[in-house]
Design a protein around this ligand. Structure first.
Ligand SMILES: [Zn+2]
Ligand SMILES: [Zn+2]
Length: 433
């Protein structure tokens, strides 16, 4: 389900890092030796065997991250992102695997389009990448794609992200067919007759600023419908980018009743509220919108108690000329691959809101599990998928901070703490040294 360059694994020794793998229960100062891309030894004073040596004193070595929600804009908008640039950005963000969304031009709705992406990934991807295919042809919401064929061709899952599946009947059939493929159905939950292309969250701030607004209930109503269908069909599903307190409540209830639902949340929804919209910065305009403080608190709590098991960037690159327009005219979406860890460390870990271990797990094992991917683990015998983090580094995010072809980051101009120093993905050094 993941595709990348077929390059040999490397020989590397990482010296003296604080090895932190919350899933394995490891937290100790250790050396790590990678032989041919595979973790061969974990211990103290390891023989370096003429391997490349990385001095990691003072750094944290953790399982590398998995981003289950990235827009690579390929095919169709290669001026905004490509497989090469998007995976390079992901490597710089500490990721060892990402999943790309199918709302491209053309939509990834047939085996031929998927096949050419797989081919490009094998030639250009800096880290392994998986591709979701659409649930409906052209994401038009009228007719299901050939899900079996797409799964055979390597689709990592199915989604119409960008838009909801408006027909409940079609949604029900997608769950039935999805179960046959064994791939996850992932849903962008939005009741369009309520959200009406709203510019921001419906609340005090939107009332003050006088913008058309997208109420929380437009998300949670669709979340409730989809959870009800999943319960009825006894099928699993994955909820994309939850933003509202009511959605979290619905998910918690459904999971308690045995529904196999997983969900993700973005760094921006975990770190900011609609108060930030007063700046009218188009780089804060996204769908779903930043919501109220009570929503943010509910998302943080859900992340901590495991109701939400995955953090996803929803990295959505846009051309400069498209975002440098008045707020109302700007498209929805912000980038996030390169800044996710720093944003979460700065806004959640440093103030003591969420433990570092929880953030690491929800950025790595959690999202991998949601899609049935191998969980990155720091254990002898596993493929080396690790990230080195400098928790003391403090720096400013600028236009030059990005490998992505787009710079529409909600963190531009801000000073953050926590820097990705090195990423080893699929046994190869893909970022830093
Ligand atoms: Zn979406
Ligand atoms: Zn998206």
């Amino acid at each position: 389900m993941l595709f990348g360059k077929d390059a040999p694994g490397e020989n590397i020794v990482v010296r003296g890092a604080r090895v932190l793998d919350p899933v394995q229960g490891v937290d100790a100062i250790l050396d790590l030796r990678v032989d041919g891309g595979v973790i061969a030894a974990l211990g103290t004073g390891l023989d370096t065997n003429a391997h490349r040596i990385i001095d990691a004193q003072g750094l944290v070595l953790a399982p590398a991250f998995v981003d289950p929600h990235v827009h690579l804009r390929t095919p169709g908008r290669e001026d905004e992102e490509t497989i090469a640039s998007g995976t390079a950005a992901a490597a710089a963000g500490g990721y060892c695997a990402i999943l790309a969304m199918p709302n491209t031009d053309p939509v990834v709705d047939c085996a031929a389009t998927l096949g050419s992406l797989v081919e490009t990934a094998r030639a250009e991807a800096e880290i392994p990448v998986g591709f979701l295919a659409s649930i409906t042809k052209g994401q038009a919401g009228l007719e299901l794609t050939e899900m079996g064929e797409l799964a055979q061709a390597g689709a990592a899952g199915f989604t119409d992200d960008g838009v909801p599946v408006t027909s409940a009947a079609l949604m029900r059939r997608a769950l039935q067919y999805g179960s046959v493929t064994g791939r996850r159905i992932a849903l962008h939950c939005e009741e369009l007759t309520l959200s009406r292309d709203g510019q921001m969250h419906e609340g005090e701030v939107s009332a003050e600023l006088g913008f058309t607004a997208y109420p929380s209930v437009a998300e949670s109503l669709m979340v409730e419908r989809d959870l009800a269908l999943a319960a009825y069909e006894r099928q699993p599903l994955h909820l994309l980018h939850l933003s509202a307190w009511e959605s979290v409540q619905a998910l918690r209830r459904a999971r308690a009743e045995g529904v196999q639902a997983t969900a993700e949340v973005t760094p921006h929804h975990l770190c900011r509220t609609d108060e930030a919209m007063r700046s009218l910065d188009p780089n804060l305009k996204m769908n779903p919108p930043l919501r109220a403080a009570s929503d943010r608190t509910a998302l943080v709590e859900a992340l901590k108690d495991g109701t939400i098991t995955a953090i996803a960037t929803d990295h959505a690159p846009h051309a400069r000329h498209e975002k440098e327009v008045p707020f109302e005219a700007a498209p929805f979406g912000v980038t996030g691959l390169e800044t996710a860890f720093a944003a979460l460390f700065t806004n959640l870990v440093e103030p003591g809101l969420v433990p570092l271990e929880t953030i690491l797990e929800r950025m790595s094992a959690g999202p991998a599990r949601a899609y049935g991917l191998d969980e990155p683990r720091i254990v002898v015998g596993a493929t080396a998928n690790v990230v080195l983090l400098d928790l003391k580094a403090s720096y400013r995010i600028t236009d030059d901070s990005f490998r992505s072809r787009s710079v529409n980051s909600w963190l531009l101009g801000e000073t953050v703490k926590g820097r990705v120093r090195t990423t080893i993905a699929a046994g190869r050094l893909v970022y830093g040294a």
